[in-house]
Design a protein around this ligand. Structure first.
Ligand code: HEC
Length: 174
């Protein structure tokens, strides 16, 4: 009996003209009037770091980098600059998938990280005082170097930060 229902349901989907219209895009479809220009790819667009953050990072990291620790997105707010104080931490900020796999070009990603790390930015004043801004060349060198054990590697960095007697807030996710 159940199989008859299945066959009937399937047949009705297959023969329904509206069902078909929904799954097969119309090859002759035209853009809405006024919207004909090809969209500029992000790596060619000249948006500010703040806009690039909104487009590429905010969905997970939220407006002020507060993150969503319940969904395993760590808080960056007031803390992320501490990664620059330990070995491997500077490259880590380039190598995390959210950064390295973003649609931004190397220069845009460098500028975005520098924007995050500003004293009055997401990092608060957590970055070292002598912080040297990232460059596009540096991003190019490290963004392709995959982190094999992301969770383990991050834990190792957090432990090094803890060893510097820096407090690790719960939402940073030890
Ligand atoms: C799909 C969700 C997601 C997006 C989008 C995302 N990230 Fe992340 N980000 C994470 C998660 C989860 C972590 C923790 C490490 C990991 O598992 O990748 C993280 C970690 C980081 C870290 C290191 C901080 C830490 O405490 O581990 C930086 C820096 C970072 N992301 C920057 C960015 C930037 C810049 C963008 C946008 C270009 C971005 N992320 C987009 C989810 C995301």
């Amino acid at each position: 009996m159940r199989s008859i229902f299945c066959v009937l349901a399937l047949t009705s989907i297959l023969v329904s003209p509206s069902g078909e219209a929904r799954v097969i895009p119309d090859p002759n479809q035209k853009p809405a009037p006024g919207n004909e220009a090809r969209q500029t790819p992000l790596h060619e667009a000249n948006y500010s770091p703040a806009v690039n953050y909104q487009l590429q990072c905010l969905g997970c990291h939220l407006t002020n980098g507060e993150g969503a620790p319940r969904s395993d997105v760590p808080m960056m707010k007031g803390f992320v600059g501490n990664f620059l104080k330990v070995e491997g931490g500077r490259e880590f900020l380039i190598r995390v998938p959210g950064s390295s796999l973003s649609a931004l070009n190397n220069q845009q990603l460098a500028e975005l990280l520098n924007w995050i790390l500003k004293d009055d930015g997401i990092a608060g004043s957590s970055a070292p005082k002598d912080f040297k801004p990232y460059t596009g060349d540096e991003v190019e060198t490290y963004r392709g170097v995959m982190i094999k054990d992301l969770v383990g590697y991050r834990k190792m960095l957090i432990e090094q930060i803890r060893d510097l007697n820096i407090d690790i807030p719960k939402d940073v996710m030890p």
